[in-house]
Design a protein. Sequence first.
Length: 644
Amino acid sequence: MDLRSLDNVDPEDIGSNTSAEPSVGALIERRFGRRAALRGLVGVGAIAAFGNELMGSSALAQPRGPSSLTFEEVPHGLDQTHHVPTGYDAEVVIRWGDPVVAGAPAFDPANQTAAAQEKQFGYNCDFVDVHPLPAGSTANDRFLLVVNHEYTDPGLMFSGLGAGRDVNLKVNEEQAKVEIAAHGGSVVEIVRAGQSWKVVPDSKFARRITGTTPMRISGPAAGHDKLKTSADAAGRDVLGMFNNCAGGSTPWGTWLTCEENFNFYFGSADAAKLPEAASYKRYGISKAAYGWGRYVDRFNLDKEPNEPFRFGWVVEIDPYDPSSTPIKRTALGRFKHEGCTYALAKDGRVVFYSGDDERFEYLYKFVTTKPWNRQDRAANRDLLDEGTLYVARFGDDGKIEWLPLVQGQGPLTAENGFATQADVVINARLAGDLLKATPMDRPEDVETNPVNGRTYVMLTNNTRRTEQQVNRANPVARNAHGHVIEITPKDGDHAATEGAWTIFIVGGKPGIDPAARYHRQTSDNGWLSCVDNCTFDSKGRIWIATDGAPTAAGIADGLYGADTAGYGRGLTRCFFQAPTGAEVCGPLVSPDDSTVFLAIQHPGEDAGSTYDQPSTRWPDFKDNMPPRPSVIAITKKGGGPIGS
Ligand code: FEO
Ligand code: CA
Ligand code: CA
């Protein structure tokens, strides 16, 4: 998520964890020396996993070979359109305003209505996934494409609002309702046509989920007093989902979509005076960044103080049943979920990893109580309601501990404000504080490599980390470019409460940023900044999308591929460059490796760029069309696996 559109809040002030844990930088320095710590040479995991192929600001070894990725790199740059390597094509699959459900009117951005938007593709696409059609098929030519719509940028959506601070607060009532309808998610059916992917019009599976779609709340927090409002005295039903950033899926074929910066939607004249002030503060809830509270009471904390407790959850949706009710699964905790991706434990239980994307926030995982049932899909219907939520502590010895967030265990007692498991999941951050979890540099996507079984954590940046707050897992003070941690679960079992970790890469430009660390043969185009989402191809190579490239230096966000094993480990290579103002989201490599799907989010979201005078009109480049967030498909000319 880019925060330009939320100019009325201080994007540097979204962090709210005052925990001092664990500032082990001084300890490491004493034991190992600071330069060694920064180079990741401390600890077993670091040395073993890096081998000799990586370099830091000083090279560690001779080059031993190139990447397995042989595409011609896209040169770093920044302009109004996107770029793919020579020999590849990129096509728009679906754009903001395109029809999703039957009866959707043609997109008329100058006269957009909430009624139209409810049937059309929403704004700011982020998470992207595909579910095969028919279910269970391995044919690779027909899918349900599921996409999140994270947030709205009214300055680029509506004429006449202009740019600058507070533009979000200027919307009229109909515009606010368009925004609410442009949030949520979309399900569309896509089919392969030659090398292209086409949306099937009027598919029976097509669905728009918006900020007003009825949803059910399940798990420990369902029915808790804090979830009760004047519209829902039972605390079990809620309208819509907001700020759905990344997501995931389940082995039984449902879509997990994650509410991230939900705090921006709710505001009070003085939140510090309300009874839930301490929790609001820990979750960054004070002034609304959107202007909806003037028209819809539930966004006004002074009228509905409990509404924000109904957001910040993982939502499970069955994409195969457009009439199904989305369910907020509270057992997985309430925080700013970037995504939620699964790995299987050895005994068939399912493990879901999720980062809390804010400065100094934590990494979590949830382990289901029961294994999933491969024979009976319906038997997995409520598997996500029972399990154990853990928070991560990264040790200075290269080990990771997963600490159970279970009421009654350790400090999670009634005396400390946790009388029930509902209290724990509702205020998961506060529970993590008591367990002394490790505050991280903004955990974004967390994904497990299907080939090597290791889990990769994208830590996007944290410019507020001081020298004193540096630790081995977050080794860069004023971390502007982010880094990637690789976790190896003990005995290869994702349900294990221990594991080892190492740093895979550190972002920034080698030679300029002292902490930057990649394979020594990473080119001048291959370095990256602000890792956000990632995915893997069938060979186990990682594909990393960025959000926050240094545009002042003329570099756009992009997609980078790298080997995770062998000589090319850590050799990131630039595969895609986004149009100006955009971040790159969703990366997904199709199961047959033939296609990379990307969500191009907030094109044209540059300083001063407006609907009337945008910095780009990507992807249509028509005078009457604003920039349009879009899902694109990248394929190799003539077909074949992408990358090589
Ligand atoms: Fe919505 Fe953490 O990015
Ligand atoms: Ca981001
Ligand atoms: Ca993100």
